[in-house]
Design a protein around this ligand. Structure first.
Ligand code: FHN
Length: 425
């Protein structure tokens, strides 16, 4: 288990790609797994618990020192993601509490101070590489622990506000951590910033500097929009709607449509492990959400908060497995597709396209067995259900619409996918 700690990654040499090329894998992937794991997982009551419950730093540190994921198996996490159909994983390297779950040489608030002997990120990076899974790192700009962090808008302010902090020194520290992440763990799919709303980088006017710094270390690592706070014309690769699916795509602050990735929790609203959360989205919610996101041209980054021992709770595992079963049958309608061509989708479900294929995700199976696709003027060469390709589906034109005669029962009550091969894209 611990051998992976000594794994060393040669610094990947990446010939710089254009924005179009470096984001290609992201546009094809559509589905990623988000992982929030850190000192807060030990408490098991939400990743903001230190602030929510106003836990003094010294008390919180007692929990941090108990982080000891003896059952952590990086291969199992990658397999879980892979079987679900996820093409990439993004894990917290450091969340708002400031605790790094990797062995950081520039911080003494890291996994090294715990009984755990390994480096979870090294182990995950090794497993991901082996299994052809892309791995990215979430990194919180906001830091409730670092003495230089400004403006420290936590519950301690102004009571425990330490004078003498220096925002620029904090940013230097952050860059040193980014350097560790971008030079010690192989190819990094993305740096996923968060906690930008305290204006740390914007006020210091150092957001572009951090951007260039990342590009200098790994030119093709993607960078999310939270490096910049709503700055028009910023260079971020994608936007990050949180806990919702934008109805009509996503735009940068200057109004330009950009790539996007909706990040969503499986439970109600905890990103870190929360043993008190009892509400979970259903298989149906999650599969339909994936379809919804992809039909609108986005990616879904679905979160799990592993337990402090390194295992992942059954409620997450069963749902991810259900998504995986659906994906095995229907994945062509998800990967590498583009958004629905219909301005207004018929009531029955959603759609995606790829080349001359149109995929119809049927949520409401027609009771009379006839599906009307309004406003489809292309010639339909053939139609087949991905769940039952041997069955012939007859199509007929009716003015601007196409009528498809379907079998009596839906192959999948959650979403059955009908693939139409069209004459012309
Ligand atoms: O405050 C965090 C939260 O804990 C979690 O990390 C999410 C994930 O997108 N982001 C923040 C709020 O925007």
């Amino acid at each position: 288990l611990l051998a992976a700690t000594s794994v060393s990654f040669a610094q990947p040499s990446q010939p710089p790609l254009s924005a179009e090329e470096r984001t290609r894998w992201f546009r094809e992937a559509k589905f990623g797994m988000f992982i929030h794991w850190g000192a807060y997982s030990v408490i098991g009551r939400h990743e903001w618990i230190r602030t929510m419950a106003q836990i003094p730093q010294a008390d919180y540190d007692v929990y941090a020192k108990q982080f000891n994921p003896v059952k952590f198996n990086a291969d199992a996490w990658v397999d879980l993601a892979k079987n679900a159909g996820a093409k990439y994983m993004v894990i917290t390297s450091k969340h708002h509490d400031g605790f790094s779950i990797y062995r950081s040489q520039v911080s003494d608030y890291d996994v090294e101070t715990t009984p755990y002997q390994g480096d979870p990120l090294k182990q995950l990076a090794a497993a991901a590489k082996k299994k052809d899974m892309r791995l990215g790192f979430y990194h919180s700009i906001m830091d409730w622990h670092h003495p230089d962090y400004r403006p420290r808008r936590s519950w301690e302010y102004p009571k425990n506000y330490k004078e003498g902090g220096n925002n620029n020194r904090y940013i230097d520290f952050m860059k040193a951590q980014l350097k560790e992440l971008l030079t010690g763990y192989g190819d990094v799919a993305m740096i996923w910033f968060d906690g930008e709303w305290e204006h740390t980088l914007a006020e210091a006017k150092r957001d572009d500097e951090v951007y260039d710094f990342i590009r200098g270390l790994q030119p093709n690592t993607l960078i999310n929009d939270r490096l910049y706070e709503r700055k028009p014309g910023n260079k971020a690769d994608f936007g990050t709607p949180e806990q919702y699916v934008p109805a009509t795509g996503f735009k940068d602050p200057s109004g330009k449509p950009i790539l996007w990735e909706a990040c969503v929790t499986i439970n109600n609203d905890s990103w870190g492990y929360n043993k008190y959360e009892t509400e979970f989205k259903t298989d149906r919610d999650l599969i339909r959400m994936l379809v919804e996101v992809v039909s609108k041209g986005g990616n879904l980054l679905l979160n799990v908060g592993p337990k402090p021992d390194g295992t992942i709770q059954d409620e997450f595992v069963t749902r991810l497995n259900a998504m995986g079963r659906w994906m095995k049958v229907n994945q062509e309608s998800i990967y590498d597709t583009t958004a629905s061509p219909f301005e207004r989708m018929s009531f029955f479900g959603r759609a995606t396209t790829k080349g001359n294929k149109l995929y119809l995700h049927i949520f409401d199976w027609p009771k009379d067995g006839v599906l009307r696709v309004a406003g489809l003027r292309n010639l339909v060469h053939s139609a087949q259900l991905l769940a039952d390709p041997s069955r012939r589906i007859v199509s007929k034109r009716d003015g601007d619409d196409i009528l498809l005669t379907l079998p009596g029962a839906a192959p999948d009550e959650i979403a059955s996918v009908l693939e139409l091969t069209l004459d012309g894209a």
